[in-house]
Write a protein that binds this ligand. Structure first.
Ligand SMILES: NC(=O)c1ccc[n+]([C@@H]2O[C@H](COP(=O)([O-])OP(=O)(O)OC[C@H]3O[C@@H](n4cnc5c(N)ncnc54)[C@H](OP(=O)(O)O)[C@@H]3O)[C@@H](O)[C@H]2O)c1
Length: 343
């Protein structure tokens, strides 16, 4: 088969349309061709369509959270065989590497086998985990350098907070902060998510429907008098970033997932805007370390996937799912498309 189905964004701020495009017929050295079984939705995809950001070349294929089966192994690749179930992050830079289609290429060094979890669960991991891990674990300037070797024996101490604890990125941030032993781990989220976030490692909770961003630093002070050196703001509006920054002690850093919008900065406190991808040169070495360790961490349950909801109608179901993300109608769950079920 040389053709595949793909969900194509026809033009800048245009329509998503299911159509046909060629399946990559050459697999570059060091890469894998993967038959995509599950592809997760992320907020960036509705933002690309609504605001025309990040992409200049159209028609474009989006989708950056992928799980599937290795179909072809490129020259020089070791450790992967045809039929292996893998997970990896897609890229918008070249349509052949994106997720909203039935086949994609990936450099093998930034893919991992998924042994004990479903395709749907596996697709929920790459973007959320990498955005959390680069910000928290990778060395500066990519991250704050808490655990660049992604080692389960690295130890830290002291309090921390995750704003947007139930976002996909927030769920992985909580798990990584638990791995390196921060305590307490404060989660700012909706109350109906507290039990779930506790199972991931959060120990203290602030209800986002009861406490505004402007009151958040004072609410944290009621929980701990220790200096807060790391805040992960997975939600990252201007107000949430400011709340995270204002919570920090001297020498602390707030990691943000959108551009830095913090005002009134002072010496000694930092804002780090993370790029949640293993692909760029800045993040690549850390990304390779992460993907080398990921199969084991998923197998042990040290890192657990997000909760998921499978969407109907294969690739055609994605636009409705993106609309739900845009309208803030999804709480603590990753929406997953099954591209092989496209009519
Ligand atoms: N820089 C990068 O490379 C990068 C990578 C990935 C994502 N991002 C960005 O990071 C953000 C999070 O992405 P995601 O995929 O993790 O999001 P997501 O899972 O789609 O976020 C949904 C969650 O947002 C929470 N939320 C809504 N309003 C909130 C508020 N006022 N305060 C706190 N939480 C609130 C909801 O929490 P409740 O359940 O508590 O109501 C819901 O669970 C997005 O802006 C995304 O574009 C950036």
């Amino acid at each position: 088969m040389s053709e595949q189905k793909a969900l194509v964004l026809e033009s800048k701020q245009g329509r998503f349309v299911v159509s046909t495009r060629s399946k990559p017929n050459v697999v570059p050295a060091g890469e894998l061709l993967v038959k995509i079984k599950a592809s997760a939705l992320n907020p960036v995809e509705w933002k690309v369509q609504a605001f025309g950001m990040f992409i200049e070349k159209y028609p474009a294929v989006l989708g950056s959270d992928i799980a599937g089966d290795v179909e072809t192994v490129g020259e020089g690749v070791t450790g992967f065989s045809k039929g292996d179930r893998v997970l990896f992050q897609g890229s918008f830079a070249n349509n052949d590497y994106a997720g909203f289609q039935q086949y994609a290429l990936v450099p093998a060094e930034i893919a991992a086998k998924a042994r004990n979890i479903s395709y749907t669960q596996a697709a929920s991991v790459p973007v959320g985990l990498t955005t959390a891990s680069v910000g928290l674990f990778a060395n500066e300037p990519a991250g704050v350098g808490l655990n660049p070797s992604f080692d389960a024996n690295v130890r830290h101490s002291g309090p921390t907070m995750v704003i947007g604890g139930s976002t996909s990125v927030g769920q992985f941030s909580i798990q990584l902060l638990r791995l390196v032993k921060f305590s307490p781990i404060i989660a700012y989220a909706s109350a109906h998510q507290f039990d779930y976030l506790k199972s991931l490692g959060a120990t203290e909770f602030i209800d986002r429907k009861q406490v505004s961003f402007s009151d958040l630093p004072a609410a944290v002070k009621k929980i701990t008098s220790e200096p807060v050196k790391v805040v992960y703001d997975a939600f990252s509006s201007a107000d949430s970033q400011q709340a995270g920054y204002d919570t920090l002690a001297d020498g602390g850093t707030v990691i943000v997932t959108t551009g830095d919008q913090v005002k009134n900065k002072v010496d000694g406190k930092k804002v780090l805007a993370v790029w949640g991808s293993a692909r760029p040169p800045l993040n690549r070495e850390f990304g390779k370390v992460q993907y080398r360790n990921l199969t084991k961490y998923l197998q042990e349950g040290t890192i657990v996937p997000n909760r998921t909801e499978e969407l109907p109608n294969g690739l055609a179901g994605i636009p409705d799912g993106l609309e739900r993300l845009k309208n803030n109608q999804v709480s603590g769950t990753k929406l997953i498309s099954l591209p092989q079920e496209t009519a």
